[in-house]
Design a protein around this ligand. Structure first.
Ligand code: NIG
Ligand code: FE
Length: 483
């Protein structure tokens, strides 16, 4: 084994080492000798040196050092969760069936699930559990950690005044045309320092995590300059490195034509497609590219230009589709092999058919829909066509300032007419699919040990009791919070 290259990443919150050509990223939160409880203002990495064939030593800003080895991790179980009344596996036989194990136990090691089965068999399952921490769930319900597959968590400023104006009867578009909307968030977001952004985003993640979210998408889109969009993506990576929630960045440079480019929108589309997308890909700052294709945002032709650039850069494709008007973006996402079409209040039968044949996930954002007093998406038609539905927060400062998924599950199963099972699959397995992931959102051997222990007996309890936080314990990659 040999280390070819090392570097410090994301404002000293992480470091990378290329070992035999394979990149290993070490984040502050992953350090083997815990720095105590990792916090936003934890000491940052200021130096990195190779100290062995597969070993680096990190120097931290408090003058301490941490050594990290890239040898294969041991496979001994380190966590056992026992006396689970009901485990929701999200691995049902059919696509719309949740899947359960009653009276269950789960064995984990190295941040992955190793075994799931009847509680009565945990000690005879063939594992050496002597070194494992054992947690008694006390008959509670356990699910996969929730996944928020559509979220805009990096922004500064406050648009509470817009909420009040909408409550008084003004429309979102009317307020946007008068200088509110996305434009109103650009200035405070551009002005805020990296440290302020890290603190703001981490505080949002605290609320998400407390309510059961263990992975979230994190869209840029509130700076709309090339450097600024890359800065927001890097801030997402920095928060990912110091917070238990995993943040997976998406470039949304095509959120709006910024005021500076109003007279020449083609130039802005060119900037996104030919500068932002390649730079985000080259610097490994984004997993996906999203475009807001709608009246007042980007046209279908502009959306195609940007998504094709994303395809060339080997990034995943997503789009905001039909929130206000159906411009045909559902068909485009399907044609280009995109992962998801999100919002979907307005979509044609042809768009739904194209999504069904290409396995594009429909991401339901009921918080934004209710807040803008829109008619819900055609859930019955989506279901009949066999389109899988995810449910997400759309966390953003304008239309849905909400970090918690159980509230979205409640709206999905009341206002949208989704079943409780669909709402659960929407924040787990199909949310993972909307992000192109298969290692999260399910309880199965090999999946991430991302779990929530709920103060609940039945899956319906979580949306049913929407105002209470029923998350009793959240487990991220085999680590328990609160510890
Ligand atoms: O998803 N649709 C685009 N963007 C947001 C709204 C953004 C804002 O108003 O700041 C949404 O609803
Ligand atoms: Fe959105």
């Amino acid at each position: 084994m040999a280390i070819d290259h090392v570097e410090i990443l994301h404002y000293g919150t992480a470091a990378a080492a290329d070992v035999d050509g394979v990149r290993h990223v070490v984040r502050l939160i992953d350090l083997p000798h815990a720095l105590g409880r990792i916090r936003v203002d934890s000491p940052r990495i200021v130096s990195i040196a190779t100290t062995g064939a597969a070993r680096v030593t990190l120097g931290l800003s408090d003058n301490s050092q941490e050594t990290v080895s890239f040898d294969a991790p041991t496979a001994e179980p380190d966590l056992v969760i026992e006396d689970i009344g009901l485990a929701i596996t999200c691995m049902g036989e059919a696509d719309d069936v949740l899947g359960y194990v009653t009276d269950a136990a789960i064995i984990c090691s190295g941040g992955r699930i190793r075994w799931i089965g009847p509680d009565s068999q945990v000690n005879s399952a063939g594992f050496d559990l002597t070194g494992a921490r054992r947690i008694d769930a006390g008959g509670r319900m356990v699910s996969p950690g929730l996944i928020d597959c559509h979220s805009h968590p990096m922004f500064a400023g406050n648009r509470g005044g817009e909420f009040a104006r909408r409550a008084a009867g003004h429309s979102y578009q009317e307020i946007a045309a008068a200088g509110g909307g996305i434009t109103a968030t650009l200035h405070p977001t551009r002005m805020a320092s990296v440290e302020d952004h890290i603190a703001l985003t981490a505080a949002r993640m605290d609320r998400a995590f407390a309510a059961g979210t263990t992975t979230t998408e994190a869209k840029s889109g509130y700076d709309l300059t090339c450097d600024g969009e890359l800065r927001l993506l890097s801030i997402a990576k920095a928060v990912d490195a110091v917070h238990p929630v995993d943040l997976v960045p998406t470039l949304l440079g095509a959120h709006l034509i910024p005021p500076e480019y109003k007279a020449d929108r083609a130039q802005y589309v060119d900037l996104v497609a030919n500068q932002m997308v390649p730079a985000a890909a080259e610097r490994r700052l984004a997993d996906a590219v999203d475009v807001y294709c709608d009246d007042g945002a980007f046209t279908l032709a502009e959306t195609r230009t940007i998504l094709e650039a994303a395809q060339r850069a080997d990034l995943k494709l997503r789009a905001h589709v039909g929130q206000f008007a159906d411009l045909g973006a559902a068909e485009l996402v399907a044609e280009l092999g995109g992962l998801s079409a999100d919002h979907m209040e307005n979509v044609s039968d042809a768009g739904i058919a194209a999504m069904a044949s290409n396995d594009v996930v429909a991401v339901m954002l009921p918080g934004a829909c209710v807040q803008l007093r829109m008619t819900p998406p055609p859930v019955d038609r989506l279901r009949a066509a066999g389109v899988r539905m995810a449910v997400a927060s759309d966390l953003n400062p304008g239309t849905s300032f909400c970090e918690t998924l159980p509230i979205q599950m409640w709206l999905a199963s009341t206002h949208y007419g989704m079943t409780v099972e669909e709402a659960w699959l929407g924040v787990t397995r199909y949310a993972a699919q909307a992000m192109g992931r298969h290692d999260i959102g399910v309880l199965m051997v090999g999946a991430a040990a991302d779990l929530v222990v709920w103060d609940a007996e039945h899956p319906g309890d979580v949306p049913y009791r929407y105002g209470a936080n029923l998350a009793h314990r959240v487990i991220k990659r085999g680590r328990i919070y609160p510890g």
